[in-house]
Design a binder for this molecule. Sequence first.
Ligand SMILES: *Cc1c(COP(=O)(O)O)cnc(C)c1O
Length: 479
Amino acid sequence: VNGVSWLHGEVSKEILGDLWPGYFKNELHIGYVTNGVHFPTWTAMRLRRLYARYFPEGFEGHEYRISEWKKVYDIPDEDLWQERMVLKEKLVRLIRRRYCDPGQVRMDSPHQVMQVLESIKPDVLKIGFARRFATYKRALLLFTDLDRLAAIVNNKERPVQFIFAGKAHPNDQPGQDLIKRIIEVAAMPQFSGKIIFLQNYDMELARRLVQGVDVWLNTPTRPLEASGTSGEKCVMNGVLQFSVLDGWWVEGYKEGAGWALPMETVFSDPQYQNELDAEMIYNTIEEEIVPKYYDRDADGIPRAWMASVKKCIAEIASNFTTNRMLRDYEVRFYNRLAARKWELVENDFAAARELVAWKHKVLAAWPGVKIVDVQRARVGDKPIFIGRSYHFELTLDLAGLAPEDVGAELVVARPVEPDRVVEVIRTVPLSQVQVSGSQVTFALDYVPEQAGMFDMALRIFPQNPMLPHRMDFALVKWA
Ligand SMILES: *Cc1c(COP(=O)(O)O)cnc(C)c1O
């Protein structure tokens, strides 16, 4: 019942929507809780100490106080920059250590090893890309135009280094081929020491990377990234995220605190879409990321970059901790589920037994329930007015059910068109106005509140206050 990001919730409704005929996708009980990451695990100790001097209430208690994170703006740029540079140096040292260990660089020629050792320096802008090499993550997108990429990494004044890491599943040949290609490109003379592939990706290496690079790149095929979490690890450390608007980044992205490729696909041909995305990635790196990083003041501090880093910590990182995630699970799902559980099990499952018996009864009777008469407000060609009242009536034959077993409602939707997802605007319940024999009549005086074109229809459904939501027992008949 829950996706792991807002977009994943939406996509899940698309995928699962047909399970409940009679209900539309935006009425489903599918919600979401966006993944978060464990702040103390993924945030560098040095940064946690620095943050604790300015906003301990933000993350030291049982409940994180997100608004406190704004105090990151009080940290002098120099201090935060200094810590960022220390973390980059640590990453550089780790890479050097690995390149001095033959077991860690089995793919690289001796010449390449020398080049990496020579060129890996903390003052070069570093862009990280580390993850499982599943093909939807499009690890090779960056290699769409190798000449352009070569110009970016080999810029004399403003060089860029790309650091790749990751594994593919042992049975995922296409995923393994991606890694092969990255290693191939990294070995080309123009990329030697500029594109680095680190072997043996694990949590330890992940931690160094998400703390030590400047920018984290993610380029999934939309909308296949359910959430993604490595970028969340980055933003806690003031590492700016550059990603397709997919998964958590749809909610995380704030202008000026990272970069985004649009959420919409423009081309149905994936080849064209890849080319367009690659083009936008190169442009963003050249025109936005590189200048922002290398523009320094007299003290050597990139002020605009630091403004982005602070905004990223204050307004993005604070919302993607496990603490916030668990709170959402409690409030949106667990508390209600727990309360319901106790209700159902009490007195040797009395409520559960009652509900099951009721469902059996309704299931058996439902085919016989008939809509006998419908009175709709007849408006013909005349306009409908906001604030005026329109009468609806619906009479049913209950086929042995009790009047309280059945509800009726008016469903108001945006105009329904073929091949378009139906968008329900609101549902308005009808009241029972008369019971006579096996028949019950419902009525509603509907007062439109919104201007525009709408489609409206009436439907009936079984009702019982013990049902957690409609989809739990999704029988529907339309009038
Ligand atoms: C965080 C993490 C992942 C998951 O990263 P995604 O961005 O969700 O793909 C995978 N592997 C390791 C080692 C990690 O630390």
